[in-house]
Write a protein that binds this ligand. Structure first.
Ligand code: DAH
Length: 348
């Protein structure tokens, strides 16, 4: 019996010495320690022995079994620890590695310009107002001194909705009407209303069908053209730097009298002409004028008592100048350069 135990012990120990991984170990366990395996056979063999032999060999057999089991357990722990270390090693996060280059966005250019404009005009005591983009013909045209058959309506090819009374506003000027109606001819107004407008245009480098305007209106007593000039000049200097100049040219809008177009000196050349200002050295940025007496009257303000000025910027035009862009279509084409804000000219 002793010999059998020692032979089996030797055999198993040799196998255990060669074990390489947990699978080998499991195999040994299955081969030798299962209920019908050689170790069980030895245990069964005890039955045929005398009581004394049973005692002696029973103990020897138990020691042998305990010995084998603890060796197997030891190896099992060793393999499990190795496995865990391997896993930890492979999943280790190296925090010194450079991170992935995730492109991040930034505020949209036009939105930025609108916010900066609002900041300036809020500082001048203006309210920021909003108006509907689906507008009544009455507010978009008629009360701005553009009756139904007025030829100047052709200048703004308008999207009409359901007949002739409802349209997508072609300008932000109807917000002026709404503000004056709310003022009921009694209160002064200082307001800025940036917003979207719509026109049936052929899209090209400088025209779009949907764009943003930044409109302003001031109504008070003793307002003159020089107030308009001072306001626009201060705004342009705030936006593009102290050295930027403005000039007024006579123009025509049905809702203002006199009407002007306002140019600013080109910030990209010394006035000799460049791709931004074409050959002129001046860039048109704004339509404006003194609010027409008819408009004042229609909106409930007595022109003998009240005067006002109004102006309308193209937001994208202001943005293009700030960011040195020559083609406005890029804004809506998901060009990643927009997220990098082009090369912003900050002369403030
Ligand atoms: N509404 C004009 C346009 O879309 C721009 C404009 C001109 C607005 C003169 C004004 C203004 O308030 O006084 O072309």
């Amino acid at each position: 019996m002793n010999e059998k135990i020692n032979a089996l012990k030797k055999e198993i120990e040799e196998k255990l010495n060669e074990v390489k991984d947990i699978n080998d170990l499991t195999e040994i366990k299955n081969t030798y320690l299962n209920k019908k395996g050689p170790v069980a056979d030895l245990s069964n063999g005890l039955r045929d022995l005398s009581v004394d032999d049973k005692k002696t060999f029973g103990k020897a057999l138990n020691d042998f079994k305990n010995d084998i089991n603890s060796k197997i357990e030891e190896l099992k722990n060793k393999f499990e620890e190795e496995e865990l270390n391997k896993k930890l090693e492979s999943e280790k996060i190296d925090i010194s590695m450079p991170s992935m280059d995730i492109p991040v966005g930034s505020p949209a250019i036009v939105e930025t310009i609108i916010e900066e404009s609002e900041e300036f005009f809020i500082g001048m005591g203006y309210d920021i107002l909003d108006g509907p983009e689906i507008e009544l013909d009455k507010y978009n045209f008629e009360m701005l001194n553009l009756p139904k058959d007025h030829p100047a309506r052709d200048a703004q090819d308008t999207y009409y909705l359901e007949g002739e009374n409802l349209l997508l506003r072609s300008q932000t000027s109807p917000v002026q009407v709404r503000a004056m109606l709310k003022g009921e001819g009694k209160t002064p107004i200082r307001m800025l209303c940036p917003g979207k407008v719509y026109r049936r245009e052929d899209i090209n480098a400088t025209h779009e069908q949907e764009f943003d305007q930044i409109e302003g209106l001031v109504i008070d007593k003793n307002i003159s053209l020089s107030d308009l000039k001072g306001t626009i000049d201060a705004f342009v200097k705030y936006m593009y730097g102290e050295n930027t100049e403005t000039r007024f040219r006579p123009s025509y809008y049905p809702f203002t009298e006199p009407s002007v177009e306002i140019d600013m000196s080109c910030i990209y050349c010394d006035g000799s002409g460049c791709s931004m200002c074409k050959p002129k050295g001046w860039i048109t940025i704004c339509g404006a004028g003194m609010v027409h007496p008819n408009v004042l009257k229609m909106c409930g303000y007595d022109p003998e008592e009240w005067q006002g000025f109004a102006f309308g910027f193209g937001a994208l035009r202001l943005a293009m100048l700030k960011y040195n862009m020559t083609d406005m279509r890029i804004i809506h084409e998901n060009d990643l350069r927009e997220t990098k804000n082009f090369d912003r000219k900050d002369v403030k």
